[in-house]
Design a protein around this ligand. Sequence first.
Ligand code: FAD
Length: 383
Amino acid sequence: MRRTVFNEDHEAFRDTIRAFIEAEVAPVYDDWENAGHPPREFYSKLGELGVFGIQVPEEYGGAGETSFKYQAVISEECARAAVSFGGYGVHVNLVLPYLLKYGSEEQKKRWLPPFVSGEMMTAIAMTEPGTGSDLAGIQTTAKRDGDHYVLNGAKTFITGGVLADRMLVVARTSPATPDNRRAGLSILAVDTRSEGYAVGRKLEKIGLRSSDTAELSFTDVRVPVEDLLGEEGRGFEYLTHNLAEERLGIATSSYASAAAAVEFARRYVRERTVFGKSVSSFQNTKFVLAECATEVEAARSLVDRCIEALDAGELTPADAAVCKLFCTEVQARVVDKCLQLHGGYGYILEYPIARLYADARVTRIYGGTSEVLKTIIAKDIQV
Ligand SMILES: Cc1cc2nc3c(=O)[nH]c(=O)nc-3n(C[C@H](O)[C@H](O)[C@H](O)COP(=O)(O)OP(=O)(O)OC[C@H]3O[C@@H](n4cnc5c(N)ncnc54)[C@H](O)[C@@H]3O)c2cc1C
C-alpha cells in the first residue's frame, strides 16, 4: 500500500541513514554485540551526522524539526539491517522530550549543545530492583541539604547505563501522601561522574546485545539543586506526559522489525532448496508469508496514523498503548514465523532473523508491559 507519511526530504534522509549503516555499523556490529555496546566514538559520529539534534531547536545547535518522522525513518532503517544504535533510542526518544519540555533556559543552554554533538550521552533511570511497572513504588530518595539534593538508592535495567554522562534519575524528594502514592517524586539530571554514583553490573541479555543495560547505585550523591528538572514533586506527572511518544517509538521499531523479518524470509525461501524444490514453492510458505505481510501492513497503517497524530499533538496515552500492544504482538508472531521458514539456520546468530528474534522479546516488556497496556486500554474504553 502506498504510504503518505513520508515526503522527499524524509526519503533523502533515509538514503543517508542507509548508507551510514552500511558503512559504519553493519561491518562492525558483531564487535559491538560482543562488547555489549558501541564504542564511545560512535556516538560522536552520530552527533556529526546530526541525528541527535533533529528535534532540538536551532539556538541550541539542532535542526529545529518538530516532527517524529525522522526518528521513524531511523527505526525503520535499523530494523531493515537488523542493527541498533546502542543508547541512541533512549537518548533521543526518551530523554530529549524531558529536556525540551521541563528544562529551564539555563539547563537547555548547558545541556543541549553537548547532547546534540554526542559529547554528553544521556539515559533515564526509573526502574528499581523492587519496582518496575509500579513506578509509584520508587524508593530511591533525594533529600534536600542546602543547595544540594543527597541521592541514595539503586536502579536496574538502565539502558545506556554504562556509557551515559548524565542520567535522569527518578527519586522520592518527599514521602507519598496517604491519598496519593504518586506524589513526592522528582527527576534529577545527575552527572554520572559525581562521587557516590556507581555503575554496577552490565546485565547479560538474551537480545539487544549492542546496548549497555546496567545496574546503578547512589550513595550520598550530592546533586546541585540547579540539576532538578522541572518542579519538585511533579516527577510522576512528567513521566506520564512522555509515555505516548516513548511507546510510539517502540511500536515503530517493532513493526519495522516484523517488516524486515518478512523480507529476510522472502529472500531466504527463494534461495533454499529442499526435496529438489525451492522452499518458496510450498503453499505453506506462501500462506505464512502472506499472513505475515498482512499483519505488517495493518501494523504499519496504525503506526503511520499514530505518527501523524503525534505530530499534530493529538496522540493520547491510550492510542499509544493500543499501537504498542498491537505492533509488539505482531512483531512476536511474525518474527517467529519467519524464523521457522529458515529452518535450523534461523537459530544461528549469523543469520539476521535470529538476531531479530532475540531482540524482539523485550518489546512486550519494556516501556510498559503488554499487560499494563491492556489495563490502560481497558480503562479508556471504560471496562
Ligand atoms: C532490556 C531492557 C531495557 C530496559 N531499559 C530501561 C531503562 O532504560 N530505564 C528504566 O527505567 N527501565 C528500563 N527497563 C525496565 C522496564 O521498563 C521494566 O522491566 C518494565 O517496566 C517491567 O517492570 P518489571 O521488570 O519490574 O516487571 P514487573 O512490574 O515486576 O512485572 C512482572 C509481571 O507482572 C505483570 N504486571 C505488572 N502489573 C500488572 C497489572 N497491573 N496487571 C496485570 N499484570 C501486571 C507484568 O506485565 C509482568 O508480566 C528495561 C528493561 C529491559 C528488560
